[in-house]
Design a protein around this ligand. Structure first.
Ligand SMILES: C[S@@+](CC[C@H](N)C(=O)[O-])C[C@H]1O[C@@H](n2cnc3c(N)ncnc32)[C@H](O)[C@@H]1O
Length: 258
């Protein structure tokens, strides 16, 4: 059972009327930064880009990009993947209703298998905190709260393997972009905890964890620059660029250039 397999949870977490203001603002902040990245790569390449969107959700990014002709003309092909079938279904509905199936295709596919993916891209994106959803397969949701054991995320094999494989899919001049990830601090942790409580979930992590998880199997990691440099140590440091998405250390964009 994946985090987004429950249709009600999917509806609630994608429904902007349930989202705290900082989440909505992070979506727009990351989108604006992403438009700059697309424009920059397009200017260098001088032809429409190919994009892979890992964890496409409800095709939010494709929907907004396709709404602005100036942006959509810079994109030749947009592939999306998700490992939750309800997200594939919603995305397909959105794609049909916007009539963008000439460029956009979605695939039911777990990012952990990206080493099997056959195409190459100018841009591989994973937006709106999806990068923080890559949790160890054996995470004990049922017992974590009372076990007294703390999950040490000095390494996160799943995150490291997904981004290593994503990086191999880049064309020359391409980039992997983590659209938005949480910055690890107490203030952000409290905001995450409030958000999950607001959508009816029970938090099972504490202030000593660098991720927030819930009994309902939501799992969301916060990051520091140092941790990301370590997780992405296959990339030269100068190729990684961090952009804050707000003024209160909540979220940042990470560009990982080839
Ligand atoms: C926080 S939502 C973000 C949705 C969308 N990218 C957006 O920006 O609105 C995370 C999405 O990633 C998907 N996801 C999580 N883990 C995944 C994995 N291992 N492989 C593929 N998709 C995954 C979830 O099903 C969900 O649709």
């Amino acid at each position: 059972m994946e985090m987004y397999d429950n249709e009600n949870t999917v509806k609630k977490s994608f429904d902007t009327s349930h989202l705290p203001e900082e989440q909505i603002q992070a979506q727009w902040a990351e989108f604006i930064e992403l438009k700059k990245v697309i424009t920059e790569i397009y200017a260098a390449k001088q032809s429409p880009l190919s994009i892979l969107d890992i964890g496409i959700g409800n095709a939010r990014i494709a929907r907004h990009l396709s709404g602005v002709k100036d942006m959509w003309d810079m994109i030749g092909q947009y592939d999306g993947t998700d490992n939750a079938m309800p997200c594939i279904d919603i995305s397909n509905e959105v794609i049909r209703s916007l009539n963008i199936q000439d460029k956009v295709t979605v695939h039911f596919f777990d990012a952990i298998n990206l080493n099997e993916w056959k195409r190459k891209y100018d841009l591989v994106i994973t937006t709106w905190f999806t990068a923080g959803n890559f949790y160890p397969d054996d995470f004990p949701f049922e017992t974590y709260k009372d076990s007294g054991i703390k999950l040490d995320l000095t390494e996160n094999k799943k995150f490291q393997s997904i981004f290593f494989n994503a990086y191999q899919l880049l064309n020359d001049g391409g980039e992997v972009v983590i659209g938005a990830c949480y910055i690890d601090n107490d203030n952000t942790r409290k905001k995450q905890e409030d958000f999950y409580a607001k959508i009816g979930m029970s938090v099972i992590t504490s202030k000593d964890d660098s991720f927030t998880a819930t009994k309902e199997r939501f799992w969301s990691q916060r990051f520091t620059k140092e941790k990301l440099y370590h997780y992405l140590s296959f990339v030269p440091k100068e190729k990684i660029v961090f952009t804050p998405l707000d003024t209160y250390h909540y979220a940042m964009q990470v560009r990982i250039k080839k």
